[in-house]
Design a protein around this ligand. Sequence first.
Ligand SMILES: [Cu+2]
Length: 168
Amino acid sequence: MKNGCPVCRNVNDLTATQCKYCGAALTPPQPPAPPAARKPRRWPLMLGGAAVVVLAIVAGVIGFSGSSTAAPAITAPTFEIATDAGTALKFNPLSFDAPANTKIQINFSNKSQGLPHNMTFQNGVDAKTAEQIAAGQTATLSFTTPGPGSYKYVCTIHPGMEGTMNVK
Ligand SMILES: [Cu+2]
């Protein structure tokens, strides 16, 4: 087969992309046309429509349930540290174990009968409640534990009121 130049009308090889006589660009040969698609029947169209509706409903359900079942946030290990429930100047518990290099939370509860307290970490841990947590009140501490060791916490209002966090 040959490829006619639309400009100079000379005939080139079928694979030529440029007329070898006048230099005009030639349209590259077209691949043979694919066999004509069969005329689709009506029922696949209707099925397709139904599928779209079903998909929309499923997507809606998934979207809805997805928003109500969001992956739970990773919660920090939490420790409940209270004070003596009477008037003794003591933490309860007096010590607790915590994992090293981990973000933890401490819920401090002053359960005393009328005494203000606080929870103030000493060496190596920068965490403390307000200085005066009134009886019946709570406070939350959140911090990342250091490496393994024993870390003291005290009540700065009451000398001798202290406890120990054992980091392991
Ligand atoms: Cu105290």
